[in-house]
Design a protein around this ligand. Structure first.
Ligand SMILES: Nc1ncnc2c1ncn2[C@@H]1O[C@H](COP(=O)(O)OP(=O)(O)OP(=O)(O)O)[C@@H](O)[C@H]1O
Ligand SMILES: [Mg+2]
Length: 473
């Protein structure tokens, strides 16, 4: 006896006629195709006719092995197997399809087979369209990532000065190559920041950037630091040996900072690595092949060192493939305001202070000073001022005393917004600094020259942060 559910189903089915079932099959987008044992098409829905581009009636009764001899639906008849979501190509119409094919049985006899498949051309077309759109999106993203033509890894690099921009543009170009780079510039100009930006913009960006400060490591340790060592290479050598910086940088970039401070002996060893692109650990005899990019930096005058014989010329040529020069801050004073603003914002976050502002006097002082310690000195001076001021407003006297070393009295008209207070402070500070300088640091003498009381003098000394004033500078 039929179960309840089956009874309902058979009742529904019997109420329907064949036509309705065929109408349903014609409504679906997937192809439904039935062939008999000699591959004659006994049923095909509308979707199949659409693929072939002919009415269904023209298809029925034709043999599939004459239309599509290699069709998977013919294969499953022969093998008796089933194909689930198989992909194939219909040569007759030149389209990719994906679908399932299975044989039809009647009492263990294969009497035909059925194919239900989907035309993939639409999916292929959509995928192509998606790729094209993605290409456009990537291009737009790339444009967004660039500011003034510089990629994102260079955006931390503050500076609009034209000479600096030339260097940065060249740096971007070279970053995408494998060339060795030599960065030159005074101390604190941002050589390390640039080396990082180059690495981050290169195809090695996901690999390590290993920095070696050639000046900070004692000569006798530098070799094992760079090349590593094998166990027992020397007394105190670690068990199992140790990898050197070159090995650690394998696949990535090695940044040889202060390369001008290497001894001639080490220079010879470095030259060998650059030529051979391989190393041997100290105390070892195995050669290790290396794949790395070299970025070197120095604040030394290598030309002079070569003339003096303290820097190898052959090493210089190996390193100086693409020279990048970072100008000192005094030669790009136009960048001081932007840099100052950047560092004051950093101080705001660091000290959790309200937004720090520079008085016009302070701004002027920053602009007048020569910054021998370059950006690092500017950064330190502003941090110093942020602490000393204790408030939101940075006045000249909050800046380090050495910024005042020329002792000149500022005579320009003060900024109207902070007029008197600023101007008086500026003049007072300069007068005191100048008196101290003239008196060779003798405070009593300076006090007399200025004609003010001891108490007022010491108050001002403190207020203007001149307690550590060094008259010799
Ligand atoms: N263009 C810049 N924008 C913002 N900060 C910078 C920039 N250049 C350098 N700095 C900052 O200045 C300081 C000094 O930079 P860096 O250490 O790269 O200089 P350097 O040339 O390697 O100096 P040294 O020769 O003394 O090693 C760092 O704190 C760095 O963050
Ligand atoms: Mg450095």
């Amino acid at each position: 006896m039929a179960s309840g559910a089956n009874a309902v189903t058979s009742k529904v089915i019997t109420q329907w006629n064949q036509k309705i079932l065929f109408d349903i099959l014609d409504m679906i987008h997937d192809v439904v195709l039935v062939i008999d044992s000699d591959t004659t098409i006994v049923y095909a829905n509308q979707a199949y006719a659409e693929i072939l581009g002919v009415p269904v009636q023209k298809v029925l009764g034709r043999r599939l092995d004459t239309i599509e001899p290699d069709a998977a639906v013919i294969r499953v008849q022969r093998t008796g197997g089933v194909i689930h979501n198989g992909r194939s190509y219909l040569t007759s119409v030149g389209i990719d399809v994906v679908g399932s094919m299975f044989p039809l049985y009647e009492e263990d006899q294969v009497i035909g087979s059925v194919a239900v498949f989907k035309n993939l051309s639409e999916v292929v077309h959509l995928t192509q369209e998606l790729q094209r759109t993605k290409g456009v999106a990537d291009h737009l993203q790339e444009q967004l990532n660039q500011r003034d033509g510089l990629p994102i890894s260079f955006q931390e690099y503050i500076g609009q000065n034209s000479r600096l921009r030339e260097t940065l543009k060249l740096a971007v170009k070279v970053a995408r190559t494998e060339s060795t780079v030599l960065i030159r510039g005074e101390s604190g100009v941002g050589k390390e920041v640039l080396a990082r930006a180059i690495h981050n913009c290169s195809r090695r960006s996901t690999k390590p950037l290993i920095k070696v400060n050639c000046a900070a490591i004692p000569e006798n340790l530098l070799e094992s630091e760079l090349f590593g060592y094998e166990e027992g290479a020397f007394t105190g050598a670690r068990k199992g040996g140790k990898m050197g910086k070159f090995e650690l940088a394998h696949g990535g970039t090695i940044f040889l900072d202060e390369v001008g401070d290497m001894s001639l002996a080490m220079q010879a060893k470095l030259l060998r690595v650059l030529q051979e692109r391989e190393i041997e650990r100290v105390g070892g005899n195995k050669t290790i092949k290396l794949d790395l990019r070299v970025i070197a930096a120095t604040n030394r005058d290598l030309d002079k060192m070569m003339d003096e014989g303290t820097f190898r010329r052959d090493l210089y040529y190996r390193l100086n493939i693409v020279p990048l020069y970072l100008p000192p801050l005094r030669e790009r004073k136009d960048d001081i305001p932007a840099l100052a603003e950047y560092y004051l914002k950093k101080c705001d976050q660091q000290f959790d202070s309200p937004s720090l502002t520079l008085s016009s006097g302070a701004r002027e002082l920053l602009q007048r000073y020569d910054w021998p310690g370059n950006i690092r000195e500017l950064q330190n001076a502003l941090e110093h001022a942020a602490i000393v001021s204790g408030g939101a407003y940075i006045e000249p006297q909050h800046l380090p005393a050495n910024l005042w070393r020329d002792g000149k009295v500022v005579s320009e008209a003060p900024d109207s917004a902070y007029g008197m207070k600023d101007a008086v402070a500026k003049i007072e500070r300069e007068l005191i600094a100048s008196a101290l300088k003239k008196a060779n640091g003798n405070r009593s003498q300076a006090m007399r020259v200025l004609g003010i009381s001891r108490r007022a003098f010491y108050d001002k000394l403190k207020r203007y942060n001149l307690g550590q004033f060094d008259p010799s500078v």
